[in-house]
Write a protein that binds this ligand. Sequence first.
Ligand SMILES: *[C@@H]1O[C@H](CO)[C@@H](O)[C@H](O)[C@H]1NC(C)=O
Ligand SMILES: *[C@@H]1O[C@H](CO)[C@@H](O)[C@H](O)[C@H]1NC(C)=O
Ligand SMILES: *[C@@H]1O[C@H](CO)[C@@H](O)[C@H](O)[C@H]1NC(C)=O
Ligand SMILES: *[C@@H]1O[C@H](CO)[C@@H](O)[C@H](O)[C@H]1NC(C)=O
Ligand SMILES: *[C@@H]1O[C@H](CO)[C@@H](O)[C@H](O)[C@H]1NC(C)=O
Ligand SMILES: *[C@@H]1O[C@H](CO)[C@@H](O)[C@H](O)[C@H]1NC(C)=O
Length: 445
Amino acid sequence: MISFILCILAVLVLVTPSVFGMFNYTDYDNDFVNPSYILAGHFDASTTNAQNSIVEWADWLGAQGPWSVTYKTIVPPSGDKHDYMSWAPYYWPNCTGVDNTTQLTPEQIWTECPYYSRDGMFNPDRLLVNDTGAFETMSDAVFYNAIAWAITGSPRHSASAVDFINTWFLANDTGQNPNLNYAQMHRGPDGQMGTHTGLLDFKQMAKLTSGILILRDGNSPDWTNDIDSQMIDWTNAYLDWVMNSDIAYQEYIYPNNHGTYMHNQVASLQILVGDRDSAIDTINHYFSHQYLDQINATGEQPLEASRTHPYHYRCYNLAAMIVNLRIGSYLGIDFSKTTTSQGATIQTAADFTMLQTPNLDDADGPLVELYPPVAAVASIYGDPGGKYAAFLANGEKTYPYEPYFLWNQPLLDSGSHTASKPSVPPHTDPKQAHRSMKKLRRKLL
Ligand SMILES: *[C@@H]1O[C@H](CO)[C@@H](O)[C@H](O)[C@H]1NC(C)=O
Ligand SMILES: *[C@@H]1O[C@H](CO)[C@@H](O)[C@H](O)[C@H]1NC(C)=O
Ligand SMILES: *[C@@H]1O[C@H](CO)[C@@H](O)[C@H](O)[C@H]1NC(C)=O
Ligand SMILES: *[C@@H]1O[C@H](CO)[C@@H](O)[C@H](O)[C@H]1NC(C)=O
Ligand SMILES: *[C@@H]1O[C@H](CO)[C@@H](O)[C@H](O)[C@H]1NC(C)=O
Ligand SMILES: *[C@@H]1O[C@H](CO)[C@@H](O)[C@H](O)[C@H]1NC(C)=O
């Protein structure tokens, strides 16, 4: 009997990969995909498998939705479940001297015990509130369903994407208030307010915006004028909160990946509301501030290398730098040759990172986190020697099945397509960038 069960298990293990085929969903760190490329549909024949994966991922994610901040069982300090909330993951309660701990209810612990940081140690109870996971999955679901709609033309995909946006942001009963006042909040008597690191929870606004642009520019019948204007109103209200929030400002000027991702978020939302000039200012701000100190001459990212998981953080910031590059390119500005103060480019950083080894004993990595950025670098900078394609093929043989393969074309060809398409920056005047920064500062402080 036991050997029979073992036999069944062995068969399941063998069969699972082929049953699911190319289905191995990964939440890529971030992306911004040019809607014109997706909507034009002139895809290279080599991308067929990637297109199929996108449709599979869209359906799999879609079946889990919709998501809403109002579904959580714990009420934020405001008393309003429509407020987004997440708990700072590395903070732990110290109830010594507060009361007899065995008599404290969880709610008393969360409000009465001081919390202190144990860097890198996750407090498991943080998952009692999962607005973070819900937003990540919702934004991926919108992103993949919008691209799947462009590929298949099936209203099932556009209707899902619109339903998820409506439920999360707009519907009266389930919509989120336009703020992150309680993101990665600290608990205890001195807490109950969000912290600047919580702004990172919304980094995937870049993916979500890509999805919305595809539906909007592709004239999806499901993306009605009414939903478009409601979403623009919501986003304007949220950007207004960002401009007046001290924690948002701290995140915007933060030197490491936090600052990079905050620019992903702000610029994409400015694009969503049609404020192209502000989006250009935001991307210019990134490349004339944080970026300059993020990559040194060797391609090392010192601010990420000094973290507990350097391999992971190098890949993580690389993904966000690429999104800022892609948003710039969408806006008509090419920052791919822009150098840091030590003369490096994003390509230099990718080349350096490819030579590093994750410290697997320290839960560093994973290696796969580097593949989407390497594919992006190959497509943006060209891959004449086939170095990037070889790196991918060596690490992940099935990389042409990955969704990122579709929007990181050309990948196997040796073209330098971006180099042959010089673009004229609409306004890269440093004085203008400085003025807009001062304007932002005035608004925020
Ligand atoms: C998906 O994962 C399985 C199991 O790890 C692996 O065997 C298979 O090759 C993967 N498929 C793709 C397309 O990546
Ligand atoms: C816990 O609180 C007690 C009493 O205030 C204090 O003596 C102790 O240092 C605290 N421990 C930590 C790890 O903060
Ligand atoms: C805490 O309360 C429990 C149960 O009421 C009791 O057994 C224990 O002695 C108390 N501890 C302290 C330090 O008062
Ligand atoms: C949190 O949400 C994510 C994404 O939907 C999900 O994968 C995860 O299982 C959730 N965690 C808990 C504890 O509910
Ligand atoms: C939502 O609330 C607004 C204002 O409270 C109201 O005007 C509107 O009719 C409501 N919409 C729905 C669908 O209930
Ligand atoms: C680059 O940064 C690393 C890590 O901080 C450092 O070891 C190395 O010396 C730096 N290289 C240069 C040229 O500054």
